[in-house]
Design a protein around this ligand. Sequence first.
Ligand code: LLP
Length: 419
Amino acid sequence: MDTFNYRDNLLFCEDVSLSEIAAEFGTPCYVYSKSFLVARCQAYADAFAAHKHLICYSVKASSNVNLLKIFAEQDLGCDIVSGGELFRAKLAGISGQKIVYSGVGKTPAEIKSALEYGILFFNVESESELLLIDEIAGQIGVVARVALRVNPDVDPLTHPYISTGMKENKFGIAIADAERIYIEGTSNLENIKFVGVDCHIGSQLTNLSPFRDAALRVKNLILRLRKHNIQLDYVDVGGGLGVLYDNESVPEVVHLADILIDVFADLGLTLVLEPGRSMVANSAVMLTRVQYLKDNADKRFAIVDAGMNDLLRPSLYDAYQKIVKVNEEEQAGKPLFLYDIVGPICESGDFLAKSRNLLALEQGDLLAVKSAGAYGFSMASNYNSRPRPVELLVNGDQVSVIRERESFEDLVKGESFGS
Ligand code: LLP
């Protein structure tokens, strides 16, 4: 499903023309499609319908409270990794019973506020974190519900920066140590109740076999724990399903569901999923305008008004995100020209695309950077003192501002001006 389509050579989001949006709200801006988001919720719900499950959207992928509210309305929970994400989840009305909390560096204050909100469980990433959670739970008189995040040591076959489940990564507890920690924790830690096991092996996985390998290792652990009379209720398999950025072949949610349901069917546990990218990546575009064109040596540059501070993925991961002209559709036979699409930031690494074949560009042309909904705005910064872009949500023919464009005053908020 794509909710970004051309009508008479003009790119639309649902029933709204993107050039009208740019004229009204300025560029750069992020434009999300509500019907895409709702459809993704439905795709996950349908795919896992045959098994007890809870879909916990991974807030880091795109954290706007309005998006979280849409997910809450669709009965999703969320996966959080900080006190700030907990704050957002609460504002969106997501109940504690649908929140799982991952992350290697939870602070005492973050642990306390999550315990007070009654989250479903912590995904604990080290023995020392487990001890701290036990201590804090004891202090406030509650029992902490915990899953150990195990590191199954499988290669997710993705970009090294976003691979997390190999033994050289900082994440999780080595699966070989987990059994001992469950056993010792069950008898020694009064304020801990083990309710599940968790793993997350990486992001943008386009090959499903690492999911199966990791699931089988986790299942094996669950069966070993049962021999010690440790009965869990949840198996959390994290996020990671890849999405279409270019023309690559990517698996559907239902293919992932088939594998996981096949592996875990006979255990009677609730399956927890933490999808981020696959919920939101293709829900949004970032619009940016061509400011200048110039030729340097043998390169043709289009300098646009969005930079690495607005969309970091191309610079940080050399990630490919499709770029199209908003007011002209590519068609077979139309000539293409090679451009580097670069931003205004004072870094050579500030680019949105390198050596990209595009229709001829002119100053003032509007471009849409596609697949910008995941790790787009949520990784934006104020580098070069650039206010972060406006975020807009389209629902049919309606557009709403879900986050205002930042102002120069926002840039200096909290800075003191001397006496
Ligand atoms: N659960 C945990 C514990 C995670 O660390 C992540 C992502 C997810 C779930 C969601 O994974 P997803 O379904 O989105 O693959 N900034 C990078 C991606 C970093 C992923 C971090 N963890 C990028 O732009 O490609």
